[in-house]
Write a protein that binds this ligand. Structure first.
Ligand code: FWO
Ligand code: ZN
Length: 392
C-alpha cells in the first residue's frame, strides 16, 4: 500500500539531489529531501533502501510490436509476441504497441487485447491504430473513431514511407490520415500522433515537410522513427528536428546493421547534441519484437533478426558511458520526452501526483536494479518479483 524509497539520488529527469520518494498505492505521494512517516501506526509500510542507487522515471518504449511482427522472410519469420519479463528487465513500465509490415495476419483487435493483457499483468500499455499500410487498418473502420473511442489508442502507426515495403501512399493520402489523427487527438485530449516508419528510400522526410508547408498542420503531429537507419537520413532528421520536428532513433540493432551504415542510437544522440539539436525533440524506441530484416541492393530478402526491448536502456547507458552524454539529458529520451510528445498523462517524471513508475539503477554500473510499475515492485535487486501469465 505505502512504500518509501529512502536516500536515493533522484533524476526526475532533472537532478533533484538525494532524497526520499513516497509511493501511495499507484501514485507518487511525495518527493522530498527527507520523509519520515513511520510514526503512522497500522500502516503497512515497505521501506526500499535507495543507498548507492539512482531513481529515474519508469522507461517509456513507444514502438514495440507487442503482439508480434515480422514475416518478411515468409511465415516462419513471423516474430513472437512480447513477454512481460522482457519489458521489466528492460525497465519499461509504459509501452506503445504497433503493427508493422504484416497487417493481415496481425489484427488491431489482437494488438488491443495484448495491450490490455500487459495492463492486467502490471504495466501501462497503449497502442497505435494501423500498420505500415495506407488506407490503414482500424478497429472501428475509422482512424478518428479508433482514437476518440478506444482509450488505449493514442495515434496512428507505424505508417511506412520511403520504403519498398510501404503501400506507396500519395501525399494526399498521408495528409488526410494526419489530419484525421490530429483532429481526433484534439477532440479526445490525446496526442493523435502519427508514427511514421522511415525506410531507406530517397524520399526520406520530404512528405512530412511538404505537409507542414502546404497545410496548417505542425511538425509536432508526427513522430518519424528509424531516423538513425543511415547517415543521410540522420542528417535529414537533424534538419527536421531543428525545424521543430521530433525524431526517434531505433535502439535494436547489431554490428551487421552498423557495418551497413546504420548509426548506433547512442552515437546518433551524441551527434545531434553536437549539432545543436534540442534534446527534448529526440526519443529512443526499441522496435522490440519487430523484425530487423536485411535486403540486398536488388531488394531481395537475405535474412532477419528480431528487435529487443532491452536495447532501449542499453543505448541510453552507452550514450552516458561511451559518448559522455550527461545522465540527466540522455535519460529524457526514454522518459519525459515521449511522455510529453505522446501526451501520456502522469507519465515520464518523478513528481507528486504522477504514476508510481520508477526505476532504480546502480550508481556505479548504471545497471537496472529495481523496477516499480504503478506502485507495484516488479523487480528488486535484479530479481523478478512479478512474471507474465505463462512465465514461471
Ligand atoms: C525495421 C518492423 C524495418 C515488422 O525496417 O519496421 O523493417 O513488421 O516487424 N523494422 N518490419 C527494422 C530496421 C529499423 C532495422 C520494422 C518490421
Ligand atoms: Zn518500422
Amino acid at each position: 500500500m505505502i512504500k518509501l524509497i529512502k536516500g536515493v539520488k533522484i533524476f526526475s529527469p532533472d537532478y533533484l539531489g538525494e532524497g526520499d520518494i513516497l509511493i501511495i498505492c499507484d501514485k507518487i505521494g511525495a518527493v522530498s529531501k527527507f520523509i519520515d512517516i513511520d510514526k503512522i501506526a497500522e500502516v503497512e509500510l515497505e521501506i526500499i533502501d535507495g543507498t548507492n542507487k539512482i531513481a529515474v522515471p519508469g522507461f517509456i518504449d513507444s514502438h514495440v510490436h507487442i503482439s508480434g511482427g515480422g514475416g518478411e522472410g515468409g511465415y516462419k519469420t513471423r516474430t513472437p509476441e512480447i513477454m512481460l519479463s522482457d519489458l521489466i528487465i528492460g525497465g519499461i513500465t509504459t509501452v506503445v504497441g504497433c503493427l508493422g509490415t504484416d497487417g493481415i495476419t496481425r489484427s488491431m483487435e489482437g494488438l488491443l487485447a495484448k495491450a490490455r493483457g500487459l495492463e492486467e499483468e502490471g504495466i501501462t500499455a497503449y497502442i497505435y491504430t494501423g500498420s505500415y499500410r495506407v488506407p490503414i487498418t482500424t478497429i472501428t473502420g475509422s482512424v478518428m473513431k479508433d482514437i476518440m473511442l478506444i482509450d488505449k489508442v493514442i495515434g496512428a502507426g507505424e505508417i511506412a514511407i520511403s520504403d519498398h515495403r510501404s503501400s506507396q501512399p500519395t501525399i494526399d493520402m498521408i495528409m488526410q490520415l494526419v489530419a484525421d489523427a490530429r483532429v481526433a487527438g484534439i477532440l479526445s485530449g490525446k496526442a493523435g500522433i502519427v508514427n511514421f516508419h522511415l525506410g531507406e528510400g530517397g524520399r526520406m522526410l520530404n512528405y512530412l515537410h511538404e505537409i507542414v508547408i502546404k497545410t496548417e498542420i505542425p511538425y509536432t503531429q508526427f513522430l518519424p522513427t528509424h531516423i538513425n537507419r543511415n547517415e543521410q537520413l540522420l542528417n535529414e532528421g537533424i534538419k527536421f528536428a531543428k525545424a521543430g520536428g521530433f525524431i526517434d532513433f531505433t535502439t535494436s540493432s547489431d554490428s551487421v546493421f552498423w557495418e551497413k551504415g546504420e548509426v548506433k542510437a547512442s552515437k546518433a544522440l551524441k551527434l545531434c547534441i553536437e549539432e545543436g539539436v534540442d534534446i527534448n525533440h529526440i526519443t529512443f524506441t526499441s522496435d522490440g519484437q519487430g523484425s530487423l530484416p536485411m535486403f540486398n541492393d536488388k531488394k531481395e530478402f537475405i535474412g532477419l533478426g528480431i528487435g529487443k526491448v532491452t536495447s532501449l536502456y542499453y543505448e541510453v547507458r552507452d550514450a552516458i558511458i561511451e559518448d559522455n552524454v550527461p545522465f540527466e539529458k540522455a535519460i529524457r529520451v526514454i522518459t519525459s520526452n515521449p511522455a510529453f510528445l505522446l501526451k501520456l498523462k502522469n507519465k515520464g517524471r518523478i513528481e507528486k501526483g504522477f504514476d508510481a513508475d520508477i526505476v532504480l539503477v546502480d550508481k556505479e554500473t548504471l545497471d537496472i536494479d529495481t523496477v516499480i510499475a504503478k506502485g507495484q515492485v516488479m523487480m528488486q535487486n535484479k530479481e523478478l518479483k512479478i512474471r507474465g501469465t505463462f512465465e514461471n
